[in-house]
Design a protein around this ligand. Structure first.
Ligand code: XIL
Length: 313
C-alpha cells in the first residue's frame, strides 16, 4: 500500500504551494485559452491562491472598440478565481503594448479621456473583487528615463498621476501598482522608478505598490533583489513579484535554486506581499522554448516546483 502511494507521488509534489503560502500569496498568470487541458486547469486551482489574467484584462481584450467593452474572458477568470478561493491581480490598464488600433490613433485630450473612461469602466466592472491592479505597466526605458509612447506624447509624464487618480476613484479598495521588468536589482532603470515612486508619494498620488516582473534566465537572479525590494518598501509601498519565470532549458537544478531564492527574498521583506509565476506548465508559456515554469509539458512537477514548495514552508 505504502509503496503504491509513494509511486503515485513521483512526478508530483507532496502538497500544494498554496497550503504553504501563509506569509505571502503564491499566484499564477492564468488564461482560459488552456482550460480545455484538464491538467492545466486543475493545477491552476489546486496549487495557487492568486491569479493574474495573462491577457484577458489588457486594453485590447476589454475595449476592442471605443466604448464597447468585452468582459467574457475576464469574467470567466474572475469566476474561476472565486470558485477556487483565489484573489486576483488585475493586469493591466495603461500600457504601450496590446493597445487596440482605435486607441493608438487618439492624441491629446481625446486619449486622456479615453484612458480615464477605460480605467473607470474596467475597474468599475470588478469593483471590490480585485486585490490589486497594475495601473501602469512598463513605462521606463533601460536608462531610467520614461519610455516614449502614445501616453507621454499626449500627457507627458502626467499620464501616470492621472491614471492613478482615476484608478483610486474607480475602486478605492484595490491596491494600485506600477509594474515593470529589469527593475529587480539596483540599476539605472529601477532607480528611475524609485525616484518616480518617491515623487508620486510626495505629491499625494494614490500609489500602493510596485510590481517586479522578474522574467529571468537561470543563474541571473540579481544578488541585490532583496536589498532592492526593501528600498522600495522603505518608501512606504507594498512590493510584489508579479511575473516570475526563469528560462532554464537543460538547467533544471539552477532554475530550482533560483525559484527558491526569489521566494526567500520576498519572504525576507515584510512588505513583499506575494509572488506570481507567469504561467504554470512549460508548453503554454510565452517563453515556451526555455522551459521556464515549475511544471513540465505534461503538468509534472519539476525540481523548481519542489524548490518553491520548500521555500514557502
Ligand atoms: C505576455 C503574455 O504572456 C503573452 O501571451 C502575450 O502574447 C504578450 O504578453 N510583460 C507583461 C505581460 O506585463 O503582460 C506580458 O505577457 C509579458 C511581459
Amino acid at each position: 500500500m505504502k509503496i503504491l502511494l509513494l509511486l503515485g507521488l513521483v512526478g508530483s509534489i507532496s502538497c500544494a504551494f498554496r497550503d504553504h503560502a501563509n506569509k505571502i500569496y503564491i499566484g499564477a498568470a492564468v488564461s482560459p485559452t488552456y482550460f480545455s487541458d484538464a491538467t492545466y486547469q486543475s493545477l491552476a486551482g489546486a496549487q495557487f491562491n492568486f491569479l493574474t489574467p495573462e491577457n484577458e484584462m489588457k486594453i485590447d481584450a476589454t475595449e476592442p472598440s471605443q466604448g464597447q467593452f468585452n468582459y467574457a474572458q475576464a469574467d470567466e477568470l474572475v469566476q474561476f478565481a472565486q470558485t477556487n478561493n483565489m484573489k486576483v491581480r488585475g493586469h493591466t490598464l495603461v500600457w504601450h503594448s496590446q493597445v487596440p488600433s482605435w486607441m493608438q490613433s487618439l492624441t491629446g485630450t481625446a486619449l486622456e479621456e479615453a484612458m480615464k473612461n477605460h480605467i473607470s469602466n474596467v475597474m468599475g466592472r470588478y469593483k471590490g473583487g480585485i486585490y490589486a491592479w497594475d495601473v501602469v505597466n512598463e513605462v521606463f526605458n533601460e536608462d531610467g528615463t520614461l519610455r516614449d509612447s502614445i501616453w507621454t506624447q499626449a500627457m507627458q509624464s502626467g499620464f501616470i498621476a492621472t491614471a492613478f487618480q482615476a484608478a483610486r476613484e474607480a475602486d478605492p479598495n484595490a491596491k494600485l501598482y506600477i509594474n515593470d521588468y529589469n527593475i529587480e536589482g539596483v540599476n539605472a532603470k529601477s532607480t528611475g522608478l524609485y525616484n518616480l515612486v518617491q515623487e508620486l508619494k510626495t505629491q499625494g498620488v494614490p500609489i500602493d505598490g510596485v510590481g517586479f516582473q522578474a522574467h529571468f534566465t537561470a543563474g541571473s537572479v540579481p544578488t541585490d533583489l532583496q536589498t532592492n525590494l526593501q528600498r522600495f518598501a522603505d518608501l512606504g509601498v507594498d512590493v510584489a513579484i508579479t511575473e516570475l519565470d526563469i528560462g532554464g532549458a537543460g538547467q533544471e537544478a539552477q532554475q530550482a535554486t533560483d525559484y527558491a531564492t526569489v521566494i526567500q527574498d520576498c519572504l525576507a521583506v515584510s512588505r513583499c506581499v506575494g509572488v506570481t509565476i507567469w504561467g504554470i506548465m512549460d508548453k503554454y508559456s510565452w517563453r515556451a522554448s526555455t522551459n521556464p515554469l515549475p511544471f513540465d509539458d505534461n503538468g509534472n512537477a519539476k525540481a523548481a516546483a519542489t524548490a518553491i514548495e520548500g521555500a514557502l514552508q
